[in-house]
Ligand binder design. Sequence first.
Ligand code: ATP
Length: 135
Amino acid sequence: MTKKLTVEVVTPDGLIVKDKFDMVVVHSINHELGILPGHAPLIAPLIISSARLKTNNESMRVAIGGGFIEVDRDHVTLLAQSAETPAKIDVQRAQKAKERAQRRIQQKRDQVDFRRAELALKRAINRLNVVSGND
Ligand code: ATP
């Protein structure tokens, strides 16, 4: 039998996904990471991005709001600030969050607000991309 990865996606809201997959693809800072069974132990940061959990004939996308990946033998944990599968994403909410963030970026009130709005915009766009398969 081929070896599988046991993958857990964990957020402050709880366990979002726990299942066996053949491959995990995530986005760390400046590079994409592909994890297969037998990968060396690893801890790496995750940017606001999509994660792909793959089996032979299926690929599950998850919108990740930043966090960390830990690989320990064939156990992969995505410890994320937020994580949603496409079915759990409220498109209207993400669209509103996107527009709100764009307005705040245009207002440019102060550095803190600007940075916060930039991150909110990235989260919203990431969610919309994961729903539409544009990631
Ligand atoms: P919003 O401004 O709409 O709250 P946000 O990017 O600030 O968006 P987060 O702080 O990343 O939200 O997440 C807070 C919680 O809300 C998390 O549990 C996250 O999974 C959930 N969440 C945020 N946006 C959506 C969405 N569009 N659809 C489903 N769940 C969402």
